[in-house]
Design a protein around this ligand. Sequence first.
Ligand code: 48F
Length: 263
Amino acid sequence: MALEEVVVTEAIMTEYYNKFMSSLELDVAVVGAGPSGMTAAWRLAEQGANVALFERKLAIGGGLWGGGMTWNTIVVQTESRHILEEAGIPLKEFKPGYFTADAVAATTILASKAVLSGVKFFNCITVEDLMLREIDGQKRVIGLVINSSPVEAAGLHVDPLVIKAKYIIEATGHPLELLQTLVRKNDVRLNTPSGGIEGEQSMWAERAETDTLNNSGEIFPGVYVTGMAANAAMGSYRMGPVFGGMFLSAEKVAKEIACKLGK
Ligand code: 48F
C-alpha cells in the first residue's frame, strides 16, 4: 500500500476536529483525568451522557499510576470494591477488608472503560478558567476556558478557546485548580462552611475516606467536586494511597448529575 503523509495529516485533523466539534456543547465536562475524574466520566458516558475529559498532562491517570511512593500498588477498601470489579480491575484481598490492585492495571483498565463508554479524552489541554453567567439572579458556571498545555508550559501569550457544558466536574485533585480560580477571580460563595476554600489538612486516612464521599457534590451552581479536590475544598484530610474514596465519590457525583440530566 502506498503511504501518503498528507493523508495521515488529513486523518488526524479531521478526526480531532470532529471530536472537538461534538464537544462544544457537552452534558458534562470533567477536568482532571485522575481516578475520580475518569470514574465519574465513565459512569456518566455509559448512561448516554455527552462527556469530555480535559487533562493537562500528556498522560492521563493522575496520581493513580504511582501507588504509594512509586511502589505501584494501590489499596481499596470493601466499600469501593464493586466499582473496580465492575471495571474489570483484578483485586487481591491482602487482609480482611483491604484489597490491592496493580496501579498500572487500575489506570489502564479504568481509562479503557471510560474511552470505550464514549468519553472524549482531551489530553494535553489545560483548563485555565471557567465561563460564568447570571441566570435568574444567580451566578452559574456554564463552561470551561481551555488552552493547549504546551502554550501554558512555554508561557506564550495565546488566547484560549471555550466549550460549554451543563455540568462541570472539578477533579483536579490536591491543587483544586478550578475552584481556586473561580474564587480568586469572582465575588462568589461556594457551598462550603465559610463560603470560600477551606483547604486540605494533614494525613488521617479513615476520616479522609468518609469525608471524601460526604464532601463530594454540587459546590457551586453548575460545578460538582469529586475526589481529593472535594476534601481540599471542604477542609478535610488527605489519605495517601488508599483510593476507595476516590472511586466512591466519583460514583456519587455521577449518580447525582445523571439524575439531573434525566438519565
Ligand atoms: O491528582 P489526581 O489523581 O486527582 P484525584 O482523582 O485522585 C487523587 C489521588 O490520585 C491521590 C490521593 C488519593 O489517594 O490523594 O492523590 O482526586 O488527578 C488530578 C488530575 O487533574 C489534572 C492533573 O494533571 C491530574 O492528572 N489537572 C489539574 N489541574 C488541571 C488538570 C487543569 N487546570 N486542567 C486540566 N487538568
